[in-house]
Design a protein around this ligand. Structure first.
Ligand SMILES: [Zn+2]
Length: 310
C-alpha cells in the first residue's frame, strides 16, 4: 500500500445522509417553489424474503382489482445508486457490465428488479399558517431536498406546460396536499403567484437561503452511494435468503421455486410495490418494472432552464 500524506485533499469524506427532505404526513399541506432542474439517477431497491421459526413469511396483498393474493414478506436491505453507465441504462434499462446489481437482476429476476429512475432537487419550502398554504408572517423559508419518481417528474412537466403562458412554474408556487404519507403521494395545484418574488426582501432572503444551504451531492438523495464489496455483501444477503427460502419450500433446484407462490414475479411486483426505502419515500404502487428502454429525461428538463432568476 502507498503512504498517504496528511494533506487536505486526502481527508476522508464521510457522506452525510442527514439533510432536510420534503416529506409530508397524510393530509399535510405544503407550499413550495421549484427553482432548479433535478438530477436523475438509477436506483436499485434491495430486499430479501424473511423466515421465522423455520417457515417462510408470507402476507396477503390486495391487488388493484380488489382481489387478494399471497406474497413473500420482504425485508428492506438498501436503496443503492446503480453504478452502470447512464447511456447504457437509458437504452436498455440495465447495465450488467457496469453494475453488479444489474447483472444480478438479469440472472435472478425473481430476486431484485432492474434499477428505477429517481430524481432529486432543492426546493424552497415556505413557512405557512397551520393547516394551510397561506404564507406565514414573518416571511420565512427553508431549503429542502425533494426526491421523487418518474410519475412526479412527469406531473411537474405537465404543470409547467399548463402554466407556460403565465410564465411557467418560475412565476408560480406549487401547493402540495399529501394523500398518502407512506408513498409520499401528493395532489398538486398551482398558486396564482410566487410568494418569493413579492418584493426585494423576500427575493434576497430566498436567494440567500438557496445559495447557502444546498447539499453538495444531490445524487445521494436518490439512493445510497456504495461500491464494490459493500454492494456484493448486500447481494450475498439476498442470495442467501432466497437459498434458505427455496430449501424450506423443498425445491432442491433453488431457481425454480422462487417467486412463485401464487403468481409470477412480474405481476407480484407490479401489484405489491416495493418496501419503503431509506428515505421513507418509496416508488409508487403503479411503478412499472423497468425492463423496457427508458426515455431520455435530459430532454424533458430543458423547460426548466433558468427558472430561478431573482
Ligand atoms: Zn445497476
Amino acid at each position: 500500500m502507498p503512504r498517504v500524506q496528511f494533506s487536505e485533499e486526502n481527508k476522508v469524506q464521510k457522506t452525510n445522509y442527514n439533510f432536510p427532505r420534503l416529506k409530508l404526513d397524510k393530509s399535510e399541506k405544503a407550499r413550495i417553489a421549484i427553482i432548479e432542474d433535478p438530477v436523475v439517477e438509477y436506483r436499485h431497491s434491495l430486499d430479501s424474503p424473511t423466515v421465522s421459526n423455520g417457515n417462510v413469511d408470507t402476507k396477503e396483498v390486495e391487488a388493484r382489482n380488489g382481489s387478494t393474493y399471497t406474497d413473500y414478506k420482504r425485508e428492506f436491505i438498501s436503496s443503492l445508486l446503480c453504478t452502470g453507465d447512464a447511456e447504457v441504462l437509458e437504452v436498455g434499462g440495465v447495465d450488467p457490465e457496469g453494475c453488479k446489481m444489474c447483472a444480478y437482476a438479469l440472472e435472478n429476476p425473481d430476486h431484485i428488479k432492474p434499477p428505477q429512475r429517481r430524481y432529486a432537487m432543492h426546493v424552497i419550502k415556505y413557512k405557512t399558517k397551520a393547516g394551510s398554504t397561506t404564507v406565514a408572517t414573518p416571511f420565512s423559508v427553508e431549503l429542502v431536498v425533494w426526491a421523487f419518481p418518474d410519475r412526479t417528474f412527469n406531473k411537474i412537466i405537465e404543470l409547467n406546460q399548463d402554466w407556460a403562458e403565465q410564465g411557467g412554474l418560475k412565476a408560480h408556487d406549487v401547493f402540495l396536499d399529501c394523500t398518502n404519507g407512506s408513498f409520499q403521494n401528493y395532489d398538486f395545484s398551482v398558486a396564482p403567484d410566487a410568494a418569493w418574488s413579492k418584493n426585494d426582501d423576500t427575493k434576497s432572503l430566498v436567494k440567500e437561503t438557496f445559495d447557502n444551504n444546498q447539499i453538495p451531492d444531490l445524487s445521494i438523495a436518490c439512493g445510497s452511494r456504495k461500491e464494490g464489496t459493500w454492494i456484493q455483501n448486500d447481494l450475498d444477503k439476498i442470495s442467501e435468503a432466497w437459498g434458505l427460502v427455496n430449501r424450506i419450500e423443498g425445491g432442491e433446484d433453488s431457481d425454480e421455486s422462487a417467486g412463485s407462490i401464487d403468481e409470477s414475479f412480474d405481476s407480484i411486483m407490479e401489484k405489491s410495490g416495493p418496501a419503503p426505502d431509506f428515505a421513507g419515500d418509496p416508488a409508487p404502487k403503479d411503478a412499472e418494472p423497468k425492463s423496457k428502454p427508458a426515455e431520455k429525461p435530459a430532454s424533458k428538463t430543458e423547460d426548466f432552464a433558468g427558472i430561478f432568476d431573482v
